[in-house]
Design a protein around this ligand. Sequence first.
Ligand code: SF4
Ligand code: SF4
Ligand code: SF4
Length: 301
Amino acid sequence: MSNSRRKFLKSLTGAGSLMLLGNKKPAHSTIPKVNPDQFGVLVDTTRCVGCRQCEKECNSINEDLPPRAAEDFKDKSVFNERRRMDYRSYTVVNRYESVNKSDNPVYAKFQCMHCLYPACVSACIVGAFTREKDGAITYDAWKCIGCRYCMAACPFQAPAYEFANVLTPQVRKCTFCFNTRLSKGQIPACVESCPMEVMKFGKRTELIQNANEKISKNPGRYVSHIYGEKEVGGTSWMYLSNIPFQAIDLPKLGYHPAPGYTEPIQHAIFKWFLPPLGVYATLGGIWWFLSSKKKKEQSDA
Ligand code: SF4
Ligand code: SF4
Ligand code: SF4
């Protein structure tokens, strides 16, 4: 075997073996410390009237989303079913019955919660999600391999997948307006556009103080709990409600950060998952070696 062939095979099998073994320590395995001054949003669902202006503004600021006519957002028939975020929408507003059926319905807006300990970051095996220091969880489509572990890991069913895009499907979720507005010193578009001031943007610690004041100064108006203050270790987007949170589709979750649950899965995946490129590199090397050997035998004959 010539030296160059040996070197080539060595490099192929070396690369393959490395990938087959997997990088046991993904770059994002260390969960960053939470910045106490990070931003957040407090959503007071008791103020929401279901006008869907927030959905409209989100769609218009995010050029990645398919453009939609303004008329689409005036359609109130969407409230006849419970919607989830999808490839066309980073945020959706749903309608719920109040506990006392004669009272006005309750409306609640949902988007990615921008968790303090995000399960999507922990679950993504290629590090396509990043926790920015101000609290936003961002996504890099270039790194994404479409495995959708993030979707399985998210306790809020926030990430959606572009199943309709056959060639370049991406995961879609609220960006916290990180590139479009936050990085320019502006508040998120949905927060700014809401005519009812349902959402308050600010430092997360101050929002918690503000929420506690609202609860104590308005007895009977709110359930005495700030959803997201502690759930799954805390979320940047937090909620107040006058009906139980589970009645507005916010799941009952423990206070333990979700990555505590998903990291073992991720690490198991890293241990046993055979990345296709590693397999192909190794198989390619074997095929190349065997076919060269056969050719040599034929030419020697
Ligand atoms: S809500 Fe889901 S997608 Fe958003 S940061 Fe948390 S785990 Fe990630
Ligand atoms: S923060 Fe920005 S991306 Fe997220 S729902 Fe609001 S407008 Fe949409
Ligand atoms: S813009 Fe404000 S009031 Fe209108 S649906 Fe959105 S959160 Fe509710």
